[in-house]
Design a protein around this ligand. Structure first.
Ligand code: ATP
Length: 306
């Protein structure tokens, strides 16, 4: 397990250029032991490129990355033994069974008791029914499970997963979420995942970094996301022109469609109702509307385009 003081992942000024594209643009990022960190971004945001640099698969143009205290380009390879990863499409030897694939991988990882690790991970990833099946006959979801089994077979301290729930059905998504939160909570495993689904990463309960056009635009604790979502009081009357004037006279700032974002309206909607009733334009509807997670995400990302 990594020390609590030194971040398990430490990224400084990481940058990668492709012809015509700044795929990753000066990213600073720090993930602590036992933390779940989700990189959230649309297609092409730079998530895979950032993860591939973290894993030493491609070299950055500038900046540095340290995993478990070791620099990924110049440091010792010892950190790799403690890291599990899944990046890009899940791959397996198609003619080998699930169990044979895992045995091969356990030997590559030089595990002392490969058989024990293989059977253990087959059970944990609910692959028992498929253990004797050739990989080429697996569904996309079970192939993804096999790839996750490979990433986890040596009980790594650090897990780096690029879009780990791609191809899984809703039950599989919940299973992986439970697995990841359990690993972080019970074993102190540090997890970095990428995803394009805000609602999904919000449920992981860790920290969320929003990546867009290569830049890290915002970071939030999943628990505090609610505070960043916009809320409005949606008011309807039979005479919105009069209602708009009355509300302005009382110091509110109604937007188009009588949407009120004033804190006072949000915390005391009954005062808005009373004012409108007394002015002879009673509300036909008064509703607190909260921005949903996906709208929030798109608003933040839209700000990045400006
Ligand atoms: P997705 O969810 O679609 O995988 P992503 O967030 O992982 O998206 P990246 O694959 O990292 O995004 O791509 C970031 C940008 O870099 C994109 O504009 C992509 O076209 C570009 N890019 C990625 N790899 C290469 C490459 N090998 N050569 C040229 N451009 C690349």
């Amino acid at each position: 397990m990594g020390s609590a003081e030194v971040p398990v992942i430490e990224v400084t000024g990481l940058t990668k250029r492709y012809p015509g594209t700044l795929a990753v643009d000066d990213v600073d990022l720090s993930v602590h032991a036992g933390q779940i960190y989700a990189l959230l971004g649309l297609n092409g945001a730079g998530k895979t490129t950032l993860i591939r640099m973290l894993l030493g698969m491609i070299a950055p143009a500038s900046g540095s990355a340290r995993l478990l205290g070791a620099d990924v380009t110049t440091g010792p390879r010892s950190a790799w033994a403690r890291t599990g990863y899944l990046v890009e499409a899940p791959a397996a030897y198609p003619e080998l069974t699930v169990r044979e694939n895992l045995h091969l991988y356990a030997r590559l990882r030089r595990l002392k008791h490969p058989g024990r690790h293989v059977e253990d991970i087959i059970e944990r990833l609910a692959l028992t029914t498929y253990a004797g099946r050739r990989a080429r006959t697996l569904s996309m979801g079970n192939l993804q499970r096999l790839a996750l089994a490979k990433a986890l077979i040596h009980t790594p301290d650090l897990l780096i997963l690029d879009e780990p729930v791609n191809g899984l059905d809703p039950a599989g998504v919940v299973e992986i979420r439970t697995l990841l939160t359990g690993l972080a909570r019970e074993h102190g495993t540090t997890v970095l995942i990428s995803s394009h689904l805000l609602a999904e990463v919000a449920r992981l309960g860790g920290r969320i970094g929003i990546l867009h056009q290569g830049r890290l635009l915002a970071e939030h604790d999943a628990d505090s996301l609610d505070q960043h979502r916009r809320r409005h009081l949606n008011v309807s009357t039979r005479d919105d022109t009069t209602a708009d004037r009355v509300l302005r006279d009382h110091g509110y700032h109604p937007g188009p469609g009588l949407l009120l974002a004033d804190e006072r309206a949000l915390t005391r909607p009954e005062e808005v109702a009373t004012i409108l009733v007394e002015a002879g334009v009673p509300p036909t509807e008064l509703r607190l509307v909260e921005e949903d997670l996906e709208t929030y995400f798109l608003r933040i990302v839209g700000a990045g385009d400006a």
